[in-house]
Design a protein around this ligand. Sequence first.
Ligand code: ADP
Length: 244
Amino acid sequence: MKPLVTFKGIAREYRQGGQSVQALSRISMEIDRGEFVAVTGPSGSGKSTLLSILGLLDHPSRGEYLLDGQSVFELTLRRLAEVRNRRIGFVFQDFKLLPDLTALENVGLPLFYRRERVRDSAALARAALEQVGLAGRIRHFPAQLSGGEQQRVAIARAIVNHPDLLLADEPTGALDTATRDIILALFARLHRTGLTVLLVTHDAEVAAHAQRTIRLRDGTIVAGPETAISQRSRISAEAVPCGR
Ligand code: ADP
């Protein structure tokens, strides 16, 4: 089976005021369909850059990215936007919900961009909210919801298109521990339905929920001990430390 994600020598350099910062240095890795991966590393190690490239929000300076075997940077911009909308779901630390839209409307937004009919959108958005246990909150506005509920709305929005890959950037960073555990249980449940999940986290307890941890330092993957869970249930893919 081909991997869902293949990075071959992905590098990202930022130029600022005549200086260049190597945010990622020739990252090569594979993520199989159905994996649950955590990306960890100190601040400035390249986690956000890696996530942005994975999510097709940023373009590497060098290297190749295959999504389901297709080289994504050969696509037209229009097709790239379609792939991002349909195949990738995003969850952010600060939820990024629109305050003037209800939970149902926030979840329906990706379908609006996809030009779904309003009636179909509402049904799909309602189903996604049911999946995250918020059927009773569909008419609430973000300000009327707790932090955990807002993050569940954001997760519903991320899965409403049935993406192949769910990307989350510190999704529990703004939540208390009890709420964090509810959100992690939700990610685990979605993973069990077959979704491929990749989350960036500073929190070792959060990373321990994943099957495999990719550790970054100075823009490269470093080898490290794996989590107990990953030793029991890892599938096949291996993060390949980049060779220089
Ligand atoms: P992390 O998410 O692990 O904190 P980042 O991916 O945000 O790391 O950053 C990796 C490196 O790239 C850091 O040295 C950071 O300062 C630099 N960097 C990130 N974004 C930019 C940018 N837009 N312009 C210049 N340098 C950047």
